[in-house]
Write a protein that binds this ligand. Structure first.
Ligand SMILES: *[C@@H]1O[C@H](CO)[C@@H](O)[C@H](O)[C@H]1NC(C)=O
Ligand SMILES: *[C@@H]1O[C@H](CO)[C@@H](O)[C@H](O)[C@H]1NC(C)=O
Ligand SMILES: *[C@@H]1O[C@H](CO)[C@@H](O)[C@H](O)[C@H]1NC(C)=O
Length: 253
């Protein structure tokens, strides 16, 4: 009887000792923890999802992948998801205690939680955060309106701008360098150009203004700036465009 009870206690003690208590990784290489940051499936805080390693996910694997992609922010969520970005697009506040899930690839460390990211910053590099606002003027450009998606922008900048590098300024510089006098940004990450003629009515051909509410997306490389919108309408994805023209076209700046 005594031996039996002793064995039970011994087994219990072994169980307690062998159980790993996951901890938050505070620092890895040049990455430092910012904290537990909320996320939303509807509008992701970090844009770039790292795919293909969820079964092995660790803090190290995620942050190495983000560094390899040249990103300055990295975050782990739900135990096995890894996101990277250059800007914190949406800020959702959650209790620090929401990042409680062990990493799928290493139960000794924490990999965020449900709709909660363990967020890391690379080498103290400054980054922007939302919410974004309209850039009304930039160099020789003025913002025209938030317009409906249509066929008005057939061209791109000569040097394509990577989605994760998108800002209003880079798009307008790119369209200017390509010799265009109109530019549009969409979905935080796309830049279009066109050459428009002022035919007297002052309205570029086929541009149709829409509500500012439809242009609310932060630019992927500067979350303080609006880069158009993307709306889900009756199953179809349709994006409003933040449209810009040069001062020559607008005849005022
Ligand atoms: C996980 O790691 C193992 C061993 O390194 C590898 O064989 C496997 O492909 C990895 N799985 C994923 C999903 O990356
Ligand atoms: C698992 O994570 C812990 C804590 O971060 C670390 O010390 C350990 O080296 C990791 N194990 C492996 C196999 O990566
Ligand atoms: C982000 O955009 C704002 C507004 O256009 C600008 O003032 C700021 O310098 C930009 N920040 C970075 C890091 O590019």
């Amino acid at each position: 009887m005594f031996a039996y009870r002793f064995t039970a206690v011994f087994v219990l003690a072994q169980l307690v000792l062998s159980q790993t208590i996951p901890t938050t990784v505070l620092q890895y290489k040049e990455w430092a923890l910012i904290g537990c940051q909320g996320d939303s499936t509807a509008a992701r805080a970090l844009h770039h999802l790292v795919t293909g390693s969820s079964a092995n996910m660790t803090v190290e694997l995620c942050l190495d992948a983000c560094a390899a992609g040249g990103f300055i922010l990295g975050g782990l969520e739900f135990g096995h998801e890894c996101y990277c970005g250059n800007a914190l697009l949406y800020v959702y506040t959650v209790p620090q205690g929401n990042c409680v899930l062990p990493c799928a690839g290493n139960a000794s460390e924490l990999c965020g939680g449900s709709q909660a990211l363990n967020l890391y910053q690379f080498a103290d590099t400054p980054f922007t955060t939302g919410p974004p606002s309209i850039v009304f003027e930039y160099k020789n450009w003025v913002r025209w309106a938030c317009i409906n998606e249509g066929p008005p922008f057939p061209f791109g900048p000569l040097d394509p701008i990577a989605a994760d590098d998108m800002t209003v300024g880079r798009c307008l510089d790119g369209c200017a360098a390509a010799g265009h006098n109109a530019a549009g940004l969409q979905d935080g990450q796309r830049c279009f150009c066109n050459s428009v003629v002022n035919e007297g009515d002052g309205q570029p051909n086929s541009w149709e203004s829409t509500s500012e509410f439809e242009c609310q997306k932060p630019c992927l490389d500067n979350a303080t700036e609006i880069c158009g919108g993307l709306l889900q309408q009756g199953g179809a994805i349709e994006g409003a465009i933040s449209a810009y023209v040069t001062c020559d076209f607008a005849s005022e700046c």
